[in-house]
Design a protein around this ligand. Structure first.
Ligand code: MRU
Length: 324
C-alpha cells in the first residue's frame, strides 16, 4: 500500500488529496511553510495523518531554523488547524526532542508514523470483531467523511474496519455520505473503497437518517478528530446528524479512533475549538458558485456528538462503552 504521508530523502511526501479522485499526485514538501499550506488546504488531512504531518514538520523545522525562527515554525505547525488533537500532539511530541538535535527529532517523528500504522491494524481487527458481535454476519454500514489510509498513513480507522470486514467476507454493504462541502466521502472514501474492491453507494449527507429509518443501514461507523474525557466525539460536520438518526432508528453508532485521538485533558466537546472554514467552500459546488450575490455562509468544519449517542468507541487498545 502507498503511504499517504512519509519522510523521503529529507522531505515530507504526501498524496495530494485535493487532486483525488481525478489524479493521484505525490507532492514533495521541503519547507515548513509548504507543509503548513498543505495542511490548511486539506492536501493532507484526517486526524492521524495530521499528527504524522505535524511531527514530520518539526523534523523539517529542526533542519531549517534555529532559536526564535525555530519556535515560530513549530508554532505555525501546531496551529495550522485547531480541532484534531493529533496535530498539536504530534508537533509537541517531536518538539520535545529538539534539544537532542535534528536526528532525534526525526526519529521521534518516524515513531509517530510507525505507531499510527500499527494502530490502524489493531483497530481494524478490534472494530471488525465488534461490528460482527453487534450486527451479525453481513451488516450494511454507513460511514461519514474519509477515515481510510488517506486519513492515517495506511489502513485507516472506521474505513479500516470496513476493509477488514470485507476481507473476512462479513460485510453486507457500505453507504458513504458525501460530506459537504469538501466531499471527503464522495471523493476520497469512494476512491478508497473502489481501490479495495468494496461495493458502495454514495448518498447525500441529508439522506443518512432517512436510510436508517427505512432499515437500510445496520450501523453507523465513523472516525474522530478528538475524543473528550466524557466520551463526546468531535468529528466532521454531519456526524451529529447521523448519530441522531442512528439513535432514532435504534442502530449502533460506533466510533473508531487511535489512542492518539483520545484527549483526556479536554473535559467535554464544548471545550474544543471548532475550525471555521472559508465561506466560499459552501458557496461552490463542483468549482461553480451556486448561491446568489450577497449570500452569507457559516461553515463549521466539525461538530460534536454527545457521548450519550455513542454506542462504543474502539481504539487500538480498548473498546470503550458507556458510561465513558
Ligand atoms: O477536515 P478533515 O478532512 O481533516 O476531517 C477529517 C475527519 O473529520 C475524519 O473523520 C477524522 O479525522 C478521522 S480520520 C481517521
Amino acid at each position: 500500500m502507498v503511504r499517504t504521508i512519509d519522510w523521503v530523502d529529507g522531505a515530507v511526501e504526501i498524496i495530494d488529496q485535493t487532486e483525488l479522485p481525478a489524479r493521484t499526485v505525490t507532492r514533495r514538501l521541503s519547507t515548513v511553510d509548504e507543509l503548513v499550506a498543505a495542511i490548511r488546504a486539506l492536501a493532507v488531512r484526517g486526524a492521524p495523518a495530521l499528527g504524522v504531518a505535524g511531527a514530520l514538520g518539526v523534523a523539517l523545522a529542526a533542519r531549517q531554523y534555529r532559536d526564535a525562527a525555530l519556535a515560530g515554525a513549530v508554532h505555525r505547525l501546531e496551529t495550522a488547524r485547531p480541532t484534531a488533537v493529533n496535530l498539536a500532539r504530534g508537533v509537541r511530541r517531536a518538539a520535545a526532542r529538539l534539544a537532542d538535535g535534528p536526528d532525534a527529532v526525526l526519529a521521534e517523528a518516524l515513531a509517530v508514523r510507525d505507531e499510527e500504522i500499527a494502530s490502524s491494524a489493531a483497530m481494524a481487527a478490534r472494530g471488525a470483531d465488534l461490528v460482527t458481535e453487534l450486527c451479525g454476519p453481513a451488516p450494511r454500514l454507513l460511514t461519514h467523511c474519509n477515515t481510510g489510509g488517506l486519513a492515517t498513513v495506511v489502513g485507516g480507522t472506521a474505513l479500516g474496519v470496513i476493509a477488514e470486514l470485507h476481507r473476512r467476507g462479513a460485510l453486507g454493504g457500505v453507504v458513504a455520505s458525501e460530506t459537504r462541502p469538501l466531499l471527503q466521502g464522495a471523493r476520497l472514501t469512494a476512491w478508497e473503497l473502489g481501490q479495495l474492491g468494496v461495493a458502495y453507494q454514495v448518498a447525500v449527507d441529508g439522506a443518512g437518517p432517512f436510510l436508517m429509518a427505512r432499515g437500510m443501514v445496520d450501523a453507523v461507523i465513523v472516525g474522530a478528530d478528538r475524543i473528550c474525557a466524557n466520551g463526546d466525539v468531535v468529528n466532521k460536520v454531519g456526524t451529529y446528524a447521523h448519530a441522531l438518526g442512528a439513535q432514532r432508528a435504534g442502530i449502533p453508532f460506533l466510533v473508531v479512533a487511535p489512542e492518539s485521538t483520545v484527549d483526556a485533558s479536554t473535559p467535554t466537546g464544548g471545550d474544543v475549538e471548532i475550525e471555521d472554514r472559508p465561506a466560499d467552500e459552501v458557496f461552490a459546488f463542483g468549482g461553480r458558485r451556486v448561491v446568489p450575490d450577497g449570500a452569507a455562509a457559516i461553515n463549521p468544519a466539525f461538530d460534536i456528538t454527545p457521548h450519550d449517542l455513542v454506542t462504543a468507541i474502539v481504539t487500538d487498545r480498548r473498546t470503550l462503552r458507556p458510561p465513558y
